[in-house]
Write a protein that binds this ligand. Structure first.
Ligand code: KG4
Ligand code: ZN
Length: 368
């Protein structure tokens, strides 16, 4: 069978990313993070779309160079159609459409949330081609994902069999999805308000930590006592989630304690972070257990930025032993937003001839 080369583009939020896949293998995965949002404590949509416009050409160029392929070898172009920020999505969508037209290759639209789940189908080689160098940080291109140091896609190097449950946890979403097949997914539960990544980021902001605070909370939590400050878990029916109440109780708690001792946060940062993290991970695990019981499915995959969290990763490992689950945790570079995950969906759709036409438009709200 002939090899296919998919050029994939992701621009749904504040990362501009391009990747090249050869079948299910990632040849390059370039991610430009936008530092500008740090100053504002959150993503500013208008600034995000401008930065995408600046980054997209160099990022796509780098992805092609690192994959060591020529534009004429591209079989199809995959892009994130949604969900995400409209202005950001428009940059990737327009770019992908023009390039597909120019190169006369098929265009493939990808749902970002499906991609977080289907990232598990990436098959990594031990050595990618030219994937290990850093690229121009001072040009606003923040990180280059390489295969250095970590080999194999999952801990056990396998891909999940259907059906499986996927917990997608990111800055914009929190969902438990029943994955019956690549493109046959059903949402069993989702957040009624804030996403879990927002719960991390907003708690971090309350403590005065810079955006995005999730990874920092994780880091401090590792040295803190998770039982120092118990926070209440929300009572939400079924498999849905709610995080806004937790955020409010953290805010009130910090305000109350800071009134008594202005240095409360600095003195207790690690313990506060550990306590918040324990509560959030507890909420996620409770619902996963419920979903597994309800469906009888014990294959559990996670995806999205928050799946980089060390505590959720550990909790899943423990559930393997304790509950007999088989868990699937993505490599770090396929957790946060990246184009490789768009590329694998592109490849799977390419195989099935699921192409989009030039009339396709970006979709800010896009169900799974
Ligand atoms: O998937 P992603 O890169 O972008 C969205 O689609 O939202 O997820 C970003 C989110 C942010 O909220 C960030 O704080 C969170 O993932 N995150 C983490 C960790 N790494 C990233 N949250 C907790 N612990 C981490 N280690
Ligand atoms: Zn995402």
């Amino acid at each position: 069978q002939k090899n296919s080369y998919i050029l994939a583009i992701e621009s749904s939020c504040d990362d501009t990313s391009a990747a090249v896949l050869k079948n299910k293998k990632v040849l390059s995965n370039v991610v430009a993070t936008q530092k500008i949002h740090e100053e504002y404590g959150g993503v500013v949509p208008e600034l995000a779309s401008r930065a995408h416009q600046q980054n997209i050409v160099p990022v796509v160029h780098q992805a092609l160079v690192k994959a060591n392929i020529d534009k004429k070898d591209i079989s199809a172009i995959a892009f994130t159609r949604g969900p995400g920020l409209m202005g950001s999505l428009l940059v990737g969508t327009s770019f992908a459409k023009s390039l597909a037209l120019g190169l006369n290759v098929p265009l493939i639209e990808v749902n970002h949330m499906q991609a977080h789940i289907l990232a598990h189908f990436i098959e990594d080689e031990d050595e990618g081609i030219g994937r290990d160098e850093e690229i121009g940080r001072d040009e606003g291109i923040g990180r280059q994902q390489g295969s250095k140091g970590r080999k194999g896609k999952n801990e056990d190097s396998s891909v999940p069999e259907f059906p499986f449950l996927a917990l997608t946890i990111s800055g914009g979403h929190t969902q438990i999805v029943l994955v019956k097949h690549h493109f046959d997914m059903e949402i069993l539960g989702e957040t009624l308000d804030d996403a879990v990544g927002e719960a991390f980021d907003k708690s971090a902001k309350i403590m005065g930590l810079p955006y995005p605070g999730g990874p920092l909370v994780d880091r401090y939590a590792q040295e803190g006592n998770p039982d120092a400050f118990p926070f209440p878990k929300p009572k939400v029916d079924g498999l849905n989630f709610s995080f806004s109440g937790l955020k409010t109780s953290i805010l009130y708690f910090i305000q109350r304690e800071t009134a008594k001792n202005p240095d409360f946060v600095t003195e207790n940062l690690k313990d506060i972070c550990a306590s918040i993290q324990k509560t959030i991970v507890g909420i996620l695990m409770d619902k996963l257990k419920k979903a597994s019981k309800q469906t009888g499915i014990t294959r559990i995959a996670i995806g999205g930025g928050v799946s980089a969290n060390s505590s959720i990763r550990m909790a899943l490992k423990q559930a393997e032993k304790k509950r007999g689950w088989t868990t699937y945790v993505p490599k770090f570079e396929y957790c946060t937003d990246n184009a490789a995950m768009i590329g694998i969906v592109g490849y799977l759709k390419y195989q099935e001839g699921l192409f989009a036409n030039q009339a396709v438009t970006a979709k800010a709200r896009y169900g799974i």
